[in-house]
Design a protein around this ligand. Structure first.
Ligand code: GLN
Length: 537
């Protein structure tokens, strides 16, 4: 029988519920259990792909093309669980399913209500993840207890225990224990109120995970437990990690969280915990041999979460080479300014990121030029690859004002454009390519070498514009080589410059496939090339 864990948050938002869920998933997987993870977001949006990265952080893409909240990135980095569109739900999507059912007459004329129709839909989405091959489903409820928007979710998870039996459900509440500097004291009252609110809804948390700046004493844990009706051993401390998020699961297991979960849910097939791979990761992170600087150019460079997966992927590759990576973020529009150009020119590697919609394309093109002319290791992702082609077309092939039709409809040289289903150039239309697909590498190319023996990979795409094949001959006659394509060879999915320290652009998003213990080959190759530049200095 699948067991169900529900994780709610209290007191304030941004406590790191996603990270905590990912860490719990990672610990249970390391105990030999099959885990599935999912998140419910309380907002009404139906398409998280349209949310601004400036407000919500990056739009995360799954293999099956689901666009989701960035917390799903944590789930995939910490665990090997398979995420699908059943792993990510917004309130809007739940309502949409209910409207569709009503339209199909499935409610037989009944009045459609939050309880039971919306709550039933939520419960079905949770239940769908269970099954004979799943030991534990971890469901994160977005938002904070007390929010009007989260109420239907709270009600649904309360009812869930009635459906499957309380012994198969575990409620974990993540809360904040603030430290008041003036009083030099930890304050437990906000947590008492938050748990009080949960209990009003009918949920008694089984485990309390307390985010705190300072360690909780045994007395403090006992006091919190007493007021919240939880045994002291189920009051778990999650101290702030000033160093790395990858330490969170280590500290949770020190506080015996995984054992508590296994005991409380009476899971009898859990193995002993072996975290040697993870401990090695943290030890490498803490003891770097080199330091490099990587500049990342993107629209939302001021918002770190907007490129969360890219940042993590760089760090994973850094760990692989025992290297501390200092990342400097440059908004595309600033690249044209002298001081930004100077900083980019000094970096050990440059990444030009992907982007959807609004973009300062000339800034990106200029960043590529700095990398190409300065022989600085370069990785272009999505629009970053497109910018590399535009830069090369303009400054090397001599196609003045070459551009993507996304940014200049009337460019004389639409090197990046929309293509129709026959892969030929069209002015309007085009379809969004989203989700994972096969990409094939040219044998012996930089990209192929980075991946090792594999000549193809299954990578995640999210784009509408493509390299325009009318310019293919011209490009291939020059130095820039197309070294990754769609299996029919008609779509350019990777380009490179052979006579450069390391210069690769890919249409897909390698950052979504990087894990701390399994860094992505392209980030590895970039970091490796960057380290070589310091050795030469
Ligand atoms: N905006 C570009 C396109 O739609 C690039 C998207 C991306 O960076 N993935 O093709």
């Amino acid at each position: 029988m699948t067991k169900f864990i529900f994780v709610t948050g209290g007191v304030v938002s941004s406590l790191g519920k996603g990270l905590t869920c990912a860490s719990i998933g990672m610990l249970l997987e390391h105990r030999g259990l099959n885990v599935r993870l999912q998140k419910f977001d309380p907002y009404i949006n139906v398409d998280p792909g349209l949310l601004s990265p400036a407000q919500h952080g990056e739009v995360y893409v799954l293999d099956d093309g689901t666009t989701a909240d960035l917390d799903l990135g944590h789930y995939e980095r910490f665990t090997n669980t398979k995420l699908t569109w059943y792993s990510s739900w917004t309130t809007g999507q739940i309502y949409q399913r209910v409207f569709e059912k009503e339209n199909r007459g499935e409610y037989g004329g009944a009045t459609v209500q939050v309880i039971p129709h919306i709550t039933n839909e939520i419960k079905q989405c949770i239940m769908r993840l269970g099954g004979s091959d799943t030991d534990v489903v971890i469901t994160e409820i977005g938002g904070t207890v007390g929010d009007i928007e989260s109420l239907p979710h709270m009600e649904a998870i309360r009812q869930f225990a009635l459906d499957v039996g309380k012994e198969n459900c575990l409620y974990i509440h993540l809360t904040l224990i603030p430290f008041l500097n003036a009083a030099k004291e930890l304050k437990t009252k906000p947590t008492q109120h938050s748990v009080g609110q949960l209990r009003q809804i009918g949920i008694q948390p089984d485990i309390l995970i307390c985010r705190t700046e300072v360690s909780l004493s045994q007395e403090e844990r006992a006091k919190i437990g007493l007021f919240c009706n939880i045994s002291t051993d189920a009051v778990i401390e999650e101290k702030d990690k000033d160093f790395s998020i990858y330490e969170v699961p280590l500290s949770l297991t020190e506080n015996k969280l995984d054992q508590l979960i296994v005991d409380k849910l009476r899971i009898d097939n859990a193995s002993l915990l072996d975290l040697s791979d993870w401990r090695e990761l943290v030890s490498k992170l803490r003891n770097p041999q080199h330091e490099i600087t990587v500049a990342v150019v993107g629209e939302f460079a001021g918002y770190r979460d907007a490129y969360k997966s890219t940042y993590e992927a760089i760090e994973h590759a850094g760990v692989q080479y025992s290297t501390r990576v200092r990342v400097i973020w440059k908004p595309s529009r600033e690249v044209l300014q002298a001081n930004a150009r100077y900083e980019l020119g000094k970096a050990n590697a440059i990444i030009v990121s992907g982007s959807f919609g609004e973009s300062e394309i000339d800034g990106k093109v200029d960043a590529v030029r700095i990398a190409r002319e300065g022989n600085i290791p370069f990785l272009g992702i999505g629009l970053g690859m497109q910018s590399a082609i535009i830069e090369f077309a303009r400054n090397v092939i001599g196609l003045d004002n070459a551009n993507s039709t996304e940014y200049d409809k009337d460019t004389p040289h639409p090197v990046i454009s929309l293509l129709d289903e026959h892969r030929t150039y069209i002015r309007n239309g085009g379809t969004l390519k989203i989700g994972a697909d096969t990409t094939v590498f040219k044998v012996g190319s930089l990209i192929h070498t980075a991946y090792g023996k594999n000549q193809l990979a299954y990578e995640r795409f999210r784009h509408r514009y493509e390299f325009n094949n009318q310019y293919r001959e011209q490009l291939e006659r020059s130095e820039m080589q197309i070294t990754a394509t769609s299996p029919d060879s008609l779509l350019a999915q990777g380009v490179e410059l052979p006579n450069h320290n390391w210069f690769v652009g890919v249409q897909y998003h390698p950052e979504f496939k990087s894990q701390p213990t399994k860094p992505h080959p392209l980030f590895n190759a970039l970091v490796n090339a960057a380290i070589k530049t310091i050795k030469k200095q």
